[in-house]
Design a protein around this ligand. Structure first.
Ligand SMILES: NC(=O)c1ccc[n+]([C@@H]2O[C@H](COP(=O)([O-])OP(=O)(O)OC[C@H]3O[C@@H](n4cnc5c(N)ncnc54)[C@H](O)[C@@H]3O)[C@@H](O)[C@H]2O)c1
Length: 390
């Protein structure tokens, strides 16, 4: 840190709820842990509701606020646009930000469909701005370490990639019809909200998926109308009902380009599972498994261990040797959900400072969106679908 000259980089954030809080916190905390050449300055935050955005401005520590996102993008004192609004707004905001030459962080899924995602990806390719999509789970130290082990061949040839992302926050039929349950705002349901993360981890750890088949279900077809902007703990507020137009759950069988078989399940109806984002990978030399609800630990099984001593070992990924972990606390002093965002923002700012394109980027966002679309198509047609290549 001594002698480090830091240049300010000015952040303009659009949206301020769940992800707005996670991203603002990450920018604020980042300089505590990383010697990045760029120091985030929380310049301006935008939202449509003036009282609410003013509250967010004060709480998160932004210098100013706007009630029109277009004004935020036009501002010359902003270098980075951070998009944390619902999915149907991503295309228009991202294209405007790219047009204005701003660097870009966007929440997942990239957009509403593959056609829009392609437009966004093409726009970044022409522009030269740096861009990232916020698949934050990649940035848990245990995930980065799993990637190292897999690339070193520790588990050998992969046979199976098995992932579930299980939540239970909408089991109650009185849970209101928030934006996440409307196709014209969210694009899809459990698929794009949860499945998108599992698919990103699968691509990161095991490569591309070539073809797949799937089935989807909407268990509760109508819900009370309420505050569309409510989050995961929204409460019903009306006797009037509206139609749920997205999937509540999805199951997928897939084939990877490396010959592995994949199974994926994403649901918001798995009672007792709050945020169980987990996977297991089985290879000919061993297996790896991880569970977000125990995110500091990675489980590793090695087939060549002594007979009688074989079993999954638990690796607490908090040592200096584990990616990102050394930036935080001494070994065994665990980190949490919010640190995945800090690590991601660190990667983003390094990319800008050193002029490389950090990953995952809009290309990953597009590949992810092509998978989401193939899954929806397969469920609709009750058929196997080949995944479009980029
Ligand atoms: N990386 C992750 O793990 C993760 C987790 C949750 C959400 N997300 C993504 O982040 C984005 C925002 O999700 P969130 O959970 O922060 O949402 P949220 O419901 O908590 O907040 C949405 C924000 O967008 C604003 N908004 C603008 N237009 C809106 C509209 N038409 N309807 C409702 N709100 C509108 C709201 O006022 C609010 O500020 C989405 O793309 C979502 O998929 C990612």
């Amino acid at each position: 840190m001594v002698g480090l000259v830091q240049q300010p980089i000015r952040i303009g954030m659009i949206g301020y709820q769940f992800m707005g809080k996670a991203h603002s916190h990450a920018y604020r905390d980042l300089p505590f842990y990383f010697d990045t050449p760029l120091k985030p300055e929380l310049k301006v935050i935008a939202g449509r509701n003036e009282a609410a955005v003013k509250e967010a401005q004060a709480r998160y520590g932004f210098e100013s606020y706007e009630t029109d996102w277009r004004k935020l993008i036009e501002r010359e004192d902003v270098d980075v646009i951070d998009i944390v609004t619902p999915n149907h707004t991503h295309l228009e905001i991202a294209l405007a930000a790219i047009e204005a030459g701003k660097h870009l962080i966007i929440e997942k899924p990239l957009s509403m469909n593959a056609a829009d995602a392609k437009r966004m990806y093409q726009a970044t390719k022409k522009s030269g701005v740096k861009h990232m999509i916020c698949h934050n789970y990649r940035f848990a130290p245990a995930i980065q370490f799993a990637k190292q082990l897999i690339d070193q061949g520790k588990i050998g040839r992969v046979f199976h990639y098995r992932a579930n992302y299980l939540q239970d926050f909408i089991i109650d039929p009185d849970f209101p019809l928030v934006w996440r349950l409307k196709k014209d705002i969210a694009g899809s349901g459990a698929l794009g909200d949860l499945g998108a993360h599992s698919l990103d981890l699968a691509r990161f750890l095991n490569g591309e998926i070539s073809e797949l088949t799937s089935t989807m279900e909407t268990f509760i077809k109508e819900r009370p109308l309420g505050d569309m902007t409510g989050g995961l703990s929204a409460k019903g507020s009306s006797d009037q009902m509206g139609e749920v137009t997205v999937d509540d759950a999805v199951a997928v069988i897939a084939r990877f380009e490396n010959g592995a078989l994949g199974t994926f399940e994403a649901t918001r109806f798995a009672n007792g599972n709050r945020n169980k984002n987990k996977f297991e990978i089985n290879g000919d030399k061993g297996s790896i498994r991880w569970d977000m609800e125990d995110m500091n630990n990675l489980e590793l099984y090695l087939h060549d261990d002594e007979a009688g001593e074989q079993g999954f070992r638990l690796i607490n990924c908090t040592e200096e040797v584990h990616p990102y972990a050394g930036a935080y606390w001494p070994a065994g002093h665990i980190i949490g959900y919010e640190h995945t965002f800090i690590n991601l923002m660190h990667e983003f700012l390094q990319g800008i400072a050193e002029d490389y394109q950090p990953k995952p980027d809009f290309e990953d966002g597009l590949r992810n969106q092509l998978l989401l679309e193939a899954i929806e198509q397969s469920a609709k047609e009750r058929a196997w679908v080949k995944v479009e290549r980029v």
